[in-house]
Ligand binder design. Structure first.
Ligand code: BES
Ligand code: MN
Ligand code: ZN
Length: 492
């Protein structure tokens, strides 16, 4: 799907499909009014049968006086309440129909709408990401591929081309490419997407985008003393990896943003075995890792002026004769000892060693991304990712980026009172803190490994994938991470 930015006159544009906005009050947007005039009022008449609810659609064919083959009316909802959600609904609604009818090219006249106080670059980004998401397909594992992937070859965003809009377009396309990667890695089955597969994927990115890559093997972890990561991998036949992927697009010597992603390619719970229901979804437990690879692909693809280093601890969490037992005490890379009371709280175990490893690279800030706790899903559902930070400025930066990317987060506290829940009679502390505030105590555990850094933690357990009929990776929080990195590099 190729995107371009061009001014077109709606009535003479020879597009396969014009996409025009109409408010719920049947008020036509400016380009829709022009088409209506050329078609002698046919559009307004058709709009009478149309709800105009945000995202609703009505397809018209061969309007007299209009060069385009089809006209797609898209509802924008009530004029007074038009804003970010309605714009995004409209993009999704339009994308759904363009996909269904197999349109080859479209002229997208929704992009010049004023969306709250957002700049037109925001419209461009959300149009591209919305369309690309709607057209994403995953049929790599099907024996019969469906008809050719996407009929939609070109989309014109009808704006007058300006450098900032062209830049936003290039950024959005690269972000969509990064999101596609994260989505596909998440969707791949756990017998394919293993730690070794993720390491190969990182090496492939390194070749393609000239990135620095290093993969630590089990013996490297042993030499370093990553006792917590090694404890998680011990029940598995798959070799663990610690992937370090570096993109240096910013000034030489500028400290990198470190992105640390949880890469459990399958989480059975280990000896603290999970119940059978929906256990297949624990293939998505590497979504943090996928989002780091996706974000780095995006930033490298757009040649962003930032320095980023991705650190990805990846392994399986399996039961077995060599598996870690509840009650085992291990020594982490930081030197602190942990009593593993529940082997299903494995994410924090691989992350703590990766965070200590990241600290040694002297990052500017570090952000970890993890499908860490079921408790976070209970707290925030599937709408917001949990945000924790030991630096409020960093938390605010992340929240603003998240709002802009509509990849939203909600901050939860990291107060010391919660730390007490991690106390242990046998080691420095335990890896679980009981049911109350489970997302918070998990973050409190990580906080014990990040005291020397500006650090934020994103718990994406509720947002990284969808269950049920629509089961699949969402690619979150790739849009947020890309926005954050760009804004962080450009700040002041
Ligand atoms: N990967 C899971 C968290 C998870 C569970 C994400 C369900 C999405 C949906 C994590 O490794 C885990 O098992 N966490 C435990 C921690 C508990 C043992 C303290 C949990 O949340 O139950
Ligand atoms: Mn687990
Ligand atoms: Zn897990």
């Amino acid at each position: 799907m190729e995107f371009s930015i061009k001014t077109l006159s709606p009535e003479t544009a020879k597009a396969g499909c014009l996409v025009l906005g109409v408010y719920q009050e049947k008020e036509l947007t400016a380009p829709a009014r022009r088409v209506d005039q050329a078609a002698k009022g046919r559009l307004r008449k058709a709009a009478a049968d149309f709800s105009g609810k945000a995202g609703s659609t009505l397809l018209l064919r061969e309007l007299p006086g209009v060069a385009a083959e089809r006209v797609l009316l898209v509802g924008l909802g009530e004029r007074a309440s038009f804003g970010e959600p309605a714009y995004r609904d409209a993009v999704r609604g339009a994308a759904g129909v363009l996909k269904e009818i197999g349109a080859k090219d479209a002229a997208f006249f929704l992009v010049d709408l004023k969306v709250g106080s957002r700049h037109l670059t925001w419209n461009v980004r959300h149009a591209v990401l919305g369309l690309r998401e709607a057209f994403y397909r995953f049929d790599e594992m099907k024996s019969q591929k469906k008809a050719p992937a996407s009929a939609l070859q070109s989309v014109v965003l009808t704006l007058s081309p300006k450098p900032d809009l062209q830049k936003a377009l290039a950024e959005a396309v690269a972000t969509a490419d990064g999101a596609d990667l994260a989505r596909t890695l998440g969707n791949l089955p756990p017998n394919v997407c293993t730690p070794s597969y993720l390491a190969d994927e990182a090496r492939k990115l390194a070749r393609q985008y000239k990135l620095g890559v290093e993969v630590l093997e089990r013996r490297d972890m042993e030499k370093l003393g990553m006792g917590a990561l090694l404890a998680v991998t011990s029940g598995s036949q798959q070799p663990p990896k610690l992937i370090v992927l570096r993109y240096s697009g910013g000034a030489k010597g500028k400290k990198p943003i470190a992105l640390v992603g949880k890469g459990i390619t399958f989480d059975t719970g280990g000896i603290s075995l999970k119940p059978a229901g929906e256990m297949d979804e624990m293939k998505f437990d590497m979504s943090g890792a996928g989002s780091v690879l996706g974000a780095i692909r995006a930033l490298a693809g757009m040649k962003a002026p930032v320095n980023v280093v991705g650190v990805i601890p990846t392994c399986e969490n399996m039961p077995g004769g060599r598996a870690t037992r509840p009650g085992d005490v291990v020594k982490t890379l930081s030197g602190q000892t942990v009593e593993i009371l529940n082997t299903d709280a494995e994410g924090r175990l691989i992350l703590c060693d990766a965070l200590t490893y990241a600290e040694r690279m002297g990052p500017d800030v570090v952000v970890d991304i993890a499908t860490l706790t079921g408790a976070c899903v209970i707290a925030l559902g599937h709408v917001a990712s949990g945000l924790f930070a030991n630096d409020q400025k960093l938390a605010d930066e992340i929240r603003e980026a998240a709002d802009e990317a509509w990849d939203r987060v909600w901050q939860l506290p990291l107060w010391d009172e919660y730390q007490e829940q991690l106390r242990s009679n046998f080691a420095d502390f335990a890896n679980i803190g009981g049911r109350p505030g489970g997302a918070i105590t998990a973050a409190c555990y990580l906080a014990r490994f990040t005291r020397k850094m500006r650090w934020a933690h994103l718990d994406v357990a509720g947002t990284a994938w969808k269950s049920g009929r629509e089961k699949g990776s969402t690619a979150r929080p790739v849009p947020l991470l890309v926005r954050f990195a760009l804004r962080h590099a450009a700040r002041k």
